[in-house]
Design a protein around this ligand. Structure first.
Ligand SMILES: C[S@@+](CC[C@H](N)C(=O)[O-])C[C@H]1O[C@@H](n2cnc3c(N)ncnc32)[C@H](O)[C@@H]1O
Length: 327
């Protein structure tokens, strides 16, 4: 729209803007414009100006102000963003519906709102969700430059683990063989493969593998990644002694798959072993389980003991980075 502006040389632009703001003369609903020589600062035509610089008329863009969900809802509330989907964890149905409306009416790019209706459960580690607004439960989540398409009602995915994944992925060297025993839609194995490694990702959930394959193409690593829909126990013999690095992100039951890891491990291999344990002693059970299975055939050295996040009262999700070397 055409609006009155103060025109000032660029070098005095910021000082003039501040002076106009302090005098209450700045028109905040319009964007400031600039050329190589001049800055055009929109003004309230009714205010008295703290400057003698010329006032001109210029076509200016409106300044878009984001409407946040809390602006619509009336108070801040917690939600998680997964691509264009907002995830809630709210037991009060009425409040959840109002939150969903606020999210949809906000200026955030949200197309659906889901509310948790069960814990993560079953072999596939998927939870049940109630669709409160919108139509789709599929989205594309972006993480450290990678894109993961997924349907949160069909596959496991947690955006909260992004930093932890990044920590582990950063350890990968280009010439490694990486084996993700419980790959899901690929948030570990795809970036690892992108670092130059040859990757295998296995998942028993038939819904996960088409996403893993699509995400491999989307992130341009399909030529170096094999995606297999099966129980990793049945896949392992075909990759005996193959893996230089193994990701075991199946907390609660990873210990039951350590024998499978011994089949996969090459003579020197790094394990990333995820576990959920009491916060009083979260690392010893995993470390003991690894030693029980790998020793004495392998020397075991724990490289890192890391608390990833709190999981429940007095329970933590941890990761052990462990080097195993055939003796
Ligand atoms: C906690 S999720 C982790 C998925 C993925 N690594 C991630 O971080 O998003 C565990 C995955 O293991 C898969 N899974 C469970 N048992 C399995 C098995 N015996 N063989 C292969 N995959 C299995 C589940 O379907 C699920 O996708």
């Amino acid at each position: 729209m055409e609006a009155p502006c103060v025109r000032v040389p660029r070098e005095r632009g910021e000082a003039t803007r501040q002076a106009l703001a302090e005098a209450g003369a700045l028109e905040e609903t319009l964007r400031i414009d600039a050329t190589e020589e001049w800055v055009y600062i929109p003004i309230d035509p009714e205010a008295s100006l703290p400057t003698t610089d010329p006032v001109v008329t210029r076509e200016l863009e409106p300044r878009s102000r984001q409407t946040l969900p809390e602006d619509v809802f009336g108070e801040p509330f917690t939600y998680e963003r997964l691509g264009t989907i907002a995830l809630l964890d709210e037991d009060d149905t009425d409040r959840a519906e109002r939150m969903a409306r606020a999210l949809m009416e906000s200026s955030l790019p949200i197309v659906s709102v889901l509310n948790r209706s069960s814990k993560v459960a079953g072999t596939y580690r998927v939870r049940e969700w109630e669709l409160l607004a919108g139509e789709t439960t599929e989205t594309v989540h972006k993480e450290f430059g990678y894109e993961f398409c997924l349907d949160v009602t069909d596959v496991y995915f947690s955006p909260r683990l992004a930093t932890e994944r990044h920590r582990v992925i950063s350890q990968v060297d280009g010439d490694e063989h990486v084996f993700d025993m419980f790959a899901g839609v690929g948030p570990f194995v795809i970036p690892m493969t992108d670092r130059g490694a040859a990757g295998v990702g296995v998942d028993v959930n038939p819904a996960a593998i088409p996403y893993l394959e699509k995400n491999a193409v989307r992130n341009d690593v399909a030529d170096r990644l094999e995606a297999i829909n099966d129980d990793v126990r049945d896949v392992a013999p075909a990759y005996a002694d193959w893996a230089d690095r193994i990701v075991m992100n199946l907390p609660h039951t990873a210990d039951a798959f350590l024998d499978v890891a011994t089949t996969l491990a090459s003579t020197r291999c790094t394990l990333h072993y995820y576990d959920i344990q009491s916060d009083e002693d979260p690392f010893t059970p995993g470390e003991m389980a690894i030693r029980r299975v790998f020793e004495p055939a392998y020397e075991v050295a724990v490289l890192n003991r890391r608390v990833v996040r709190s999981y429940a009262p007095h329970e933590v999700n941890v990761c052990l980075d462990v080097d195993v070397r055939a003796g």
